[in-house]
Design a protein around this ligand. Structure first.
Ligand SMILES: [Zn+2]
Length: 143
């Protein structure tokens, strides 16, 4: 059976949560490079993250599920300043980025050199540590 990469993750927990969702939906799927990423997190960036592999013939269905899950997740979080859902978890390195930090990030990953991850609102351009989590959709704990 042929498998293709649907999505990549730099986070072991999120990768497994997503895998569970696709298994529930009856998609043929597995995680590639999960072992490497688990044993040596520093290498996760170097190998391109944990890959969610899905059966090639199910790619369309899997993409639809992925989009739905992303939408649910997106709607679960809002900007504390303006309430927009147009927010993303990013690495806040735009002010300090230079060639050296870029290289270090590439080699070691964000965590290793202490770049901070923040939420950014594309609506009002505010940055914040924690978004407002709405209770209508509980993406991570729903059974
Ligand atoms: Zn905002």
């Amino acid at each position: 059976m042929d498998f293709v990469i649907l999505e990549t993750f730099d986070n072991y927990i999120e990768a497994n949560l997503m895998l569970g969702r696709f298994e529930e939906a009856g998609i043929n799927c597995w995680l590639k490079d999960e072992q490497t990423a688990t044993i040596n997190p520093v290498l996760t960036n170097a190998i391109g993250g944990i890959k969610l592999m899905v059966a090639k013939y199910e790619i369309n269905e899997a993409t639809e599920i992925l989009n739905t899950l992303k939408e649910i997740k997106r709607k679960s979080f809002a900007c504390p300043y303006c309430g927009s859902h147009n927010i993303e978890y990013i690495t806040s390195n735009r002010k300090t980025a230079n060639l050296v930090t870029s290289l270090l990030t590439w080699m070691l990953g964000n965590y290793a050199i202490g770049l901070k991850q923040v939420w950014h609102c594309f609506n009002c351009n505010e940055e914040f540590k924690e978004p407002v989590q709405l209770n209508n959709e509980d993406f991570y704990t729903e059974e």
